[in-house]
Design a protein around this ligand. Structure first.
Ligand SMILES: Cc1cc2nc3c(=O)[nH]c(=O)nc-3n(C[C@H](O)[C@H](O)[C@H](O)COP(=O)(O)O)c2cc1C
Length: 312
């Protein structure tokens, strides 16, 4: 037993530590299993799953940018039935909580995926993605107004009693009001941020680097934006916040928790270092131990002004 209590709670879900994978950057875990002992993770968050198979966008759909990357994958996935038969069946044999990222072109599609996953015992929680910038119908369109975000949350809530997390878009003026809207409809937590809408143009060919033109920016370049948004949301809602956006090491994870996150997700860093999640977990435990912090959960919101400054 470690000297630091690393457990955190998201709704009814107790996680062994606050570090999970960010949707779309870790497959369903299988591709990473030779680098990462999945049973050490707080949770595996799967790629987005829709009711029917989606083929995703045309290539090129990845471009490197300073301290980050742009992607326009477009939620390519085999559909919920194949996902349950293959990915979930494999995950059932792993000792790790499974959070399934849910996507749809319409409110009914979100609800249908949630209904199907509700009967799968291996699914610990749903993460409803109303924030993907890479699809024309659905995705981010549901995450940019309070009314649409509330409608999707209400429809999914009606289909499942599992822990329900809603993943928010940073491509809005006031992310806290969206968070309040989904909390009011029964979300047990919110996760943020999804990618920031961006673009890069090749100055040799004069053409956008992504076939779709625009894409989602992720990686360390977005971290200060993400930390600011976690700070705003965590102070606006009572439900737990899962923070992400450019986490590469324990200090980054601690920064999100100090801003108010109960847990964090590691995304783009998995592409650079497949075992990044494990070094964040080990480093976070050391971070707490070295500062005499007995429970990692004590970091949550510890930077808020009313908590006062820490003696160093
Ligand atoms: C290649 C790629 C695919 C992604 N796919 C999804 C997805 O299917 N569902 C989702 O909610 N977020 C998706 N995201 C967003 C990430 O989960 C995360 O919110 C974002 O990348 C910020 O974290 P990071 O900077 O650590 O990558 C994807 C990101 C990348 C880079």
């Amino acid at each position: 037993m470690s000297a630091v209590d690393m457990r955190v709670r998201i709704g009814d879900l107790e996680l062994r530590n606050p570090v999970m994978t960010a949707s779309g950057t870790f497959g369903s875990g299988r591709e990473y299993a030779e680098f990462v002992d999945l049973s050490r993770l707080g949770a595996v968050v799967t790629k987005g799953v829709s009711i029917e198979p989606w083929s995703g966008n045309e290539s090129p759909r990845i471009a490197e940018t300073p301290c980050g990357m742009l992607n326009s994958i477009g939620l390519q996935n085999p559909g919920v039935e194949a996902f349950c038969a293959n990915d979930l069946a494999w995950l059932a044999a792993q000792d790790v909580p499974v959070i399934v990222n849910v996507v749809g072109h319409s409110v009914d599609e979100y609800a249908a995926v949630a209904a199907q996953l509700d009967s799968e015992p291996v699914v610990s929680a749903l993460e409803v993605n109303i924030s993907c910038p890479n699809v024309d119908a659905g995705g981010m369109a549901f995450g940019t107004t309070c009314a649409a975000a509330a409608e999707v949350t209400r429809a999914v809530r009606a289909e499942t009693r599992k822990t329900l997390v809603v993943k928010l878009s940073p491509n809005v003026t006031d992310i806290a009001e969206i968070a309040r809207a989904v909390e009011a409809e029964g979300a047990d937590g919110v996760s943020l941020i999804n990618t920031l809408l961006g673009m890069a143009i090749d100055t040799r060919t004069f053409a956008p680097k992504l076939a779709r033109g625009v894409g989602g920016l992720s990686g360390p370049a977005i971290r200060p934006v993400a930390v600011r948004m976690v700070w705003e949301v965590a102070r606006a809602v009572a439900v737990p916040v899962i923070g992400m956006g450019g986490v590469t090491c324990a200090e980054d994870a601690a920064e999100f928790m100090l801003a108010g996150a109960a847990a964090v997700a590691v995304g783009t860093a998995n592409f650079v270092e497949p075992s990044a999640t494990l070094s964040v977990i080990d480093g976070l435990e050391r971070f707490c131990a070295e500062r005499g912090i007995a429970r990692v959960a004590e970091l949550t919101g510890a930077a808020w002004p009313e908590r006062g400054k820490r003696e160093t």
